[in-house]
Write a protein that binds this ligand. Structure first.
Ligand code: UT7
Length: 324
């Protein structure tokens, strides 16, 4: 049985860089507070022509280029997002149109910050049935459209961006994951209305579209849950922690990542951190970080790559891959 492997990656970030000092002009906060509590220094914020599907399509083109494929080669596009442009059509259909992937089926999934891992898992299941499939998995968000810019508890945390990974089957590929959800804890991290291009929401004072979070509770659950998911996936494949070459976690808070690394006993050099640059971009955070890691030459053929995430739902999981 063939499993999925990643043969191309790409990312697209909005042009505008917003610093902590910029935010301190808007709400009662400081660069010092944001840096020490979250590790975030800058984030990218989308402009008018940088909606979720456009960022996603740009990331997709880069992943195709790296893989040496064209959009017509794609069989499937899956977009993980909580900020699709509209409720219908899906962001994936807009990406399909934008890049001209006329042979691909296309759909979105919502698993919040764990969305990219859930989407990879779906891709792997299809590829198990047909090793030749070319599946484009994208994590794309414009969280800025669902951020209350007057709420210092949340507005300093989020950013926008998109990352894409192109998958196909390989006889020697390793793909193993464990995904989890606990809907009982939905009230700790949620947004009632999610589409990102809704003029009615922009004009009204309805605040149900904003992301709301009980930060401390989420923090505790995030560390514990990711630690357990990682232990499970490593045990199921008989891979030891020190065999891992790179760990790319969902980038929400540097203290969560360092805490997780310490609990696991992971060499800090192997923990890939980009939260300082991009903030928390939900489903986009792992694939944008992955594209940066590849560009920096951090992955070599045969490397063990571990991805892990935690987010609203709650949803969480860990995925182990071998770099082709
Ligand atoms: O992506 C999905 C998963 N999400 C996460 O994993 C996020 C998890 N949570 C976190 O990252 C952290 O809990 C936060 C960064 C959100 C908050 O950090 P914290 O250390 O848990 O702070 P806190 O919420 O307990 O607040 C501490 C204090 C409060 O003041 P008092 O009540 O102690 O006087 C807040 O009002 O910090 C205050 N505060 C701020 N001060 C300056 C909250 N936000 C700010 C701010 N600037 N931006």
């Amino acid at each position: 049985m063939s499993r999925a492997m990643i043969i191309g990656v790409g990312s697209s970030l909005p042009q505008r860089v917003v610093t902590n000092d910029d935010l301190a002009q808007m709400v009662d906060t400081s660069d010092e507070w944001i840096r020490t509590r979250t590790g975030i220094r800058t984030r990218r914020i989308a402009g008018k022509a940088e909606n979720t599907s456009i960022l996603a399509a740009k990331a997709a083109r880069k992943a195709l280029k790296m893989a040496g494929l064209t959009a017509a080669d794609l069989d499937m596009i899956i977009v993980a997002t909580i900020t699709a442009d509209m409720i219908m059509p899906s962001c994936a259909c807009l990406v399909q149109k934008e890049i001209g992937a006329e042979n691909a089926c296309a759909f979105d999934i919502n698993a919040a910050c764990s969305g990219f891992l859930y989407a990879l898992s779906i891709a792997d299941k299809y590829i198990q049935g047909n090793a030749d499939l070319k599946v484009l998995v994208i994590g794309a968000e414009t969280l800025s459209t669902r951020t209350n810019w007057q709420d210092r508890n949340t507005c300093v945390l989020f950013g926008d961006g998109a990352g894409a990974a192109l998958l196909t089957g390989g006889p020697d590929a390793l793909f193993s994951d464990h995904l989890f959800a606990d809907g009982r804890l939905n009230h700790l991290l949620y947004a009632e209305a999610a589409q990102s291009m809704n003029p009615a929401l922009e004009k009204s004072d309805y605040d149900g579209s904003y992301i709301k979070m009980s930060g401390r509770d989420v923090f505790k659950h995030a560390v514990r849950s990711m630690e357990r998911a990682i232990a499970k996936v490593l045990a199921s494949e008989g891979v030891a922690l020190d065999q891992l070459d790179l760990v790319i976690p969902h980038q929400a808070n540097i203290r969560i990542l360092n805490n997780l690394g310490e609990k696991l006993g992971l060499d800090p050099e192997k923990l890939y951190i980009k939260v300082d640059k991009y903030g928390n971009t939900s489903a986009a955070s792992i694939p944008t970080a992955l594209a940066d890691a590849v560009a920096e030459g951090r992955l070599q053929s045969g490397d063990y790559l571990l991805l892990c995430a935690f987010g609203g739902g709650f949803t969480w999981g860990a995925t182990l891959l071998r770099w082709p």
